[in-house]
Ligand binder design. Structure first.
Ligand code: COA
Length: 246
């Protein structure tokens, strides 16, 4: 297990585990976590052994309760505190990870927490999960992609309600809206995420990567360009046929 100040990083049988590890502060996202996440994401991206990664939060109460507001208080203004976070493009890096990412979330999933979950491809929530984007009420904007990723996940009307009026969602509402793929009892959360990860890891890694790429890159394309992308990615797999060693 590799220890960072704010994260734990482990690998087991082609699955990487990233644990947000500031449980005493509800795993809130600070500059240190930004730098640690950046390193871990780079490690995942460059590691062919990793076929899928699971993101989770340490402690009982939260996956991540948002940005570390104590850093905001020590900065000249919340907007300046926000700008300091742009020094490393963690969110662009998230989008460029070729392997599937699964968020296994519980408890408070607020602000940057929901944005980390939205930067993953599949979300599994425990029954006690509470989602919200409180930034606008604090005089700032979600700046980890939330204004873009949330409407893509749940549609514009619902995203506006969360963004502009701080509408909170429980896990069932999040499931109904398509924000999460599954809701499970809290003591089954890791098991459910691992079951999904093991299934993905059992498939041909290049087929999995190309399928992910087709969907993500296709979102920015016209249908005809998307079909062309799909064709190219499917053709690209021919060279790998039969090379999967399990
Ligand atoms: N930044 C920094 N520290 C935070 C924090 C944040 N966003 N959210 C929680 N913490 C810290 C608390 O200060 C507390 O630390 P302490 O034990 O040293 O006093 C610890 O985490 C536990 O939080 P606490 O408020 O005691 O837990 P709770 O169960 O009573 O309430 C919340 C949980 C999530 C409702 C509440 O902590 C909260 O509203 N946090 C702010 C959420 C937010 O606005 N996030 C920013 C989004 S941009």
């Amino acid at each position: 297990m590799s220890g960072f100040e704010t994260l734990l990083y482990e690998k087991k049988d082609h699955i990487a585990y990233v644990t947000l590890n500031r449980p005493q502060a509800l795993n809130v996202y600070n500059i240190r976590m930004r730098d640690d996440l950046y390193q871990v994401l780079r490690a995942i991206k460059d590691d062919a052994e990793v076929r899928v990664a699971i993101f989770k939060g340490a402690g009982e109460k939260a996956f991540c309760a948002g940005a570390d507001l104590s850093e905001f208080l020590s900065a000249p203004s919340p907007v300046i505190a926000r700008q300091a976070r742009f020094g490393r493009d963690v969110w662009g890096l998230f989008l460029s990870i070729p392997q599937p990412l699964i968020a296994a979330v519980h408890g408070y999933v607020l602000g940057s927490g929901i944005e980390i979950a939205l930067s993953c491809d599949i979300r599994i929530a425990s029954e006690d999960t509470k989602f919200a984007l409180p930034e606008v009420g604090l005089g700032i904007l979600p700046a980890a992609g939330g204004t873009q990723t949330l409407p893509r996940a749940i549609g514009m009307a619902r995203a506006f309600e969360m963004l502009l009026a701080n509408r909170r969602l429980n896990s069932e509402e999040a499931y109904t809206m398509g924000l999460v793929n599954q809701v499970v009892p809290k003591n089954k959360l890791l098991e459910a995420a691992e079951e999904m990860a093991e299934k993905i890891a059992s498939f041909h890694p290049m087929a999995v990567r190309n399928a992910k790429q087709a969907v993500l890159r296709g979102l920015d394309l016209s249908l005809s360009e998307g079909l062309e992308l799909e064709r190219r990615l499917a053709m690209g797999l021919r060279g790998y046929k039969g090379e999967h060693e399990g």
